[in-house]
Design a protein around this ligand. Structure first.
Ligand code: NAD
Length: 279
């Protein structure tokens, strides 16, 4: 097994590493050392968000690494209380200051928060931020087909990425088909099922067959399906395990078996249609 150096192309001409590090629930005071460790292992993509409260630590880890900025791919996200043109610009500037960066590679609207009715205005704000060069690429997270369609109808601009909950128990087939039809990259959050799937006997059987771990089976499934993945860990051994890619592909039987694990109610996080938290 070797490190995943695959890249994924966006419809705006940019590209991103397929495997990155997710840092939700990584405390700010350890974020720098976790990021440093991940970068030493070979990760070049980090996924944070304003609401995670760890942009300063992530920025410190990036600075300490000494890795050239153009070799890194840094994502952060706009929180629900900053939807709107001017608010989104102020929010990104705050994130950039905390990260110690001049630009991010990818800026995402974190949730559509449809009850608020402002995600189209937020998207117009992100288009402007991209045009100003503060975000190289722009995307969304937790958007449904209806939300994506509204962005297209009202602005004519589609996100390069939709970052959604996605793992063997919650496969979001219809949304992924919409992404494929519109050249939107699917990025999987909680790609390991937020740690809930390690005891799954079916996944354990596939791992046994390939002589790898359950985490590596799930990540191979994502990679083979063309998703970007951002597994989270703070432990060096797991960071390394998650970055290594199983060289032998999962076979058609493995893929069909994993497809059968999909559950209509397999969601572990909130429902984007109703989620609307301000703080
Ligand atoms: P995950 O699926 O990455 O699972 C993380 C859990 O699995 C942790 O408990 C970790 O300790 C454990 N783990 C990781 N690697 C392991 C290994 N090799 N062996 C055993 N245990 C292992 O869950 P996540 O943190 O929810 O999601 C990953 C990232 O996705 C987040 O850090 C964040 O960046 C992003 N995310 C985004 C949203 C969003 O709304 N856009 C929501 C949730 C998460």
């Amino acid at each position: 097994m070797s490190g995943n150096q695959n890249t994924i192309s966006f419809h705006d001409g940019k590209s991103a590493p397929q495997t990155g590090l997710g840092v939700w629930q990584v405390e700010d005071d350890i974020a720098a050392s976790v990021v440093t460790t991940a970068l030493e292992i070979g990760y070049r993509s980090i996924d944070t968000a304003a609401i995670y409260g760890n942009e300063p630590g992530v920025g410190k880890g990036i600075a300490q690494s000494g890795i050239a900025r153009d070799e890194l791919f840094i994502t952060t996200k706009l929180w629900n209380d900053r939807h709107g043109h001017d608010l989104s610009k102020a929010a990104l500037n705050e994130s950039l200051e905390k990260l110690g960066l001049d630009y991010v590679d990818l800026y995402l609207i974190h949730w559509p928060a449809p009850a608020q009715g402002l995600f189209v205005q937020a998207w117009e704000g992100l288009i402007q931020l991209r045009d100003e060069g503060l975000a190289k690429s722009i995307g969304v997270s937790n958007f449904t087909i209806d939300h994506l369609q509204r962005l297209l109808d009202e602005t004519g601009v589609l996100p390069v990425v939709n970052q959604i909950e996605l793992h063997p128990n919650f496969q979001q087939q219809a949304l992924r088909e919409f992404h494929a039809e519109h050249d939107i990259v699917t990025e999987a959050w909680s790609p390991l099922g937020h740690g809930q799937l390690f005891q799954d006997p079916t996944l354990a059987g596939i791992a046994h067959k390939h002589g790898c771990t359950v985490a590596q089976v799930m990540l191979r499934w994502h990679i083979q399906s063309g998703h970007m993945v951002i597994p989270k860990s703070v432990h060096a051994d797991r960071l390394a395990e998650n970055f290594r890619i199983l060289e032998q592909p999962l076979d058609a039987d493995d893929m069909a078996t994993i497809a059968s694990l999909d559950q209509a109610d397999g969601r572990s996080g909130p429902d984007p249609e109703t989620f609307f938290l301000l703080k």
